[in-house]
Design a binder for this molecule. Structure first.
Ligand code: PEP
Ligand code: MN
Length: 364
């Protein structure tokens, strides 16, 4: 595989752009025709709010016979659109050959799709093809909620020497009914932020929502959580789109939505009075310490219960008692302004820890 280098000029311009916040990527799910791509891109460029144009060139489809993207010829359309609008362009390669084609067509940035991140063979093949190129790569979360696969993809791409790696949170596949096409499971994106604080985190509300009506709330939520930007699917005529028609919006709608979002600053130093935040955070630290002490006391009592059960030869799990405690807690918690979802997860964790303590006593 020949080693290619992106030119220094592109790198400097693109690297400047990568620092911009919010960082907005927009464009059609698929490049369908030169006309569709160009007319969408011109309108997006005219909003003055879009930093990068995206378009799917090869589309991974669930079943054969569906529109699988225009393929390699769309790379020429992207080149043309780039020179007319001045917008950098971004595409999704899914194998080494597609990486090569993107690189030789002047594509400025790449993204790895959710169906690629899920497969370490594919990610490694792409990483090998990217060796020595330095092109910025954005990595979507895997289809399934397995954060280690997401990390694995980051590590494989980082090993190529690429410095500009971004993450794209597009939600996770779920079986059964949900209001989302791919439920966001925000905590996983937040955990990725914790693990890789230096990587840009982009939210893709289009694939999370799967429809237009939920977009505004997900976009707002992403900025409330301090995401660095958004990737949004836009089409000149969304209802006629050949892929993902229900979730695409017009460039005009995008401009309107971006205008209504309340952008939050991640930098606490940018805010006025830090004393308020400092003192609130000190309170939180004190309460966190107290919570730990209380949980530890609770476990010491669990140990004594374990001792009693051992002496009397009684099983650890007392389902009825657990059910009663859970119900009581949920009722109390709701009155205290805590969500049911949280309290169930809290109870599960607490109960499991308690059982582990008792099990150790019984085994001793
Ligand atoms: C896309 O961005 O068009 C796409 C295929 O998305 P995902 O990989 O998130 O399904
Ligand atoms: Mn799509």
């Amino acid at each position: 595989m020949p080693v290619r280098k992106t030119t220094a000029a592109v790198t400097v311009k693109i690297q400047q752009l990568l620092k911009k916040r919010p960082f907005i990527i927009a464009g059609p799910c698929s490049a369908e025709s030169e006309n569709q791509l160009l007319s969408t891109a011109l309108k997006l460029a005219a909003t003055g709010k879009v930093d990068v144009l995206r378009a799917g060139v090869w589309k991974p489809r669930t079943k054969p016979g569906m529109f699988e993207g225009a393929g390699s010829k769309a790379l020429k359309w992207l080149q043309k659109v780039k020179s007319i609008t001045g917008l950098p362009v971004m595409a999704e390669p899914a194998n080494a050959k597609q990486v090569e084609e993107c690189l030789s067509s002047g594509i400025d940035m790449l993204w790895l799709g959710a169906r690629t991140t899920v497969n370490p063979f594919s990610v490694q093949e792409i990483a090998d093809a990217l060796q020595g190129t330095g092109i910025p790569v954005f990595i979507k979360n895997p289809l399934n909620p397995d954060i280690e696969l997401w990390c694995g993809a980051v590590e494989r791409i980082a090993k190529t020497g690429i410095k500009d790696i971004g993450l794209i949170h597009r939600g996770f596949s779920a079986y059964g009914d949900s209001e989302y096409r791919n439920p966001p499971m925000w905590h996983l994106a937040i955990e990725m932020r914790r693990r890789y604080p230096g990587l840009m985190m982009i939210n893709d509300p289009s694939h999370i929502c799967g429809n237009r009506s939920l977009l505004p709330s997900v976009m707002q939520q992403a900025t409330d959580y301090g995401f660095d930007g958004l990737m949004i699917e836009c089409h000149i005529n969304p209802s006629k789109a050949l892929t993902d028609a229900e979730q695409q919006i017009t460039p005009k709608t995008l401009a309107g939505l971006l205008g209504t979002i309340k952008w939050r600053s991640k930098n606490t130093n940018a805010a006025g009075n830090m004393n308020v935040l400092d003192s609130l955070r000190r309170n939180i630290d004190i309460l966190d310490e107290e919570l730990l002490q209380i949980i530890s006391q609770r476990m010491k009592i669990a140990d004594r219960i374990g001792q009693w059960k051992k002496e009397n030869n009684i099983s650890i799990l007392q389902t009825k008692r657990w059910q009663q405690s859970l119900e009581r807690s949920v009722k109390r918690a709701e009155k205290l302004g805590l969500s049911r979802e949280f309290i169930f997860r809290y109870w599960e964790a607490l109960h499991l820890e308690s059982i582990n303590h008792q099990k150790k006593i019984l085994d001793s």
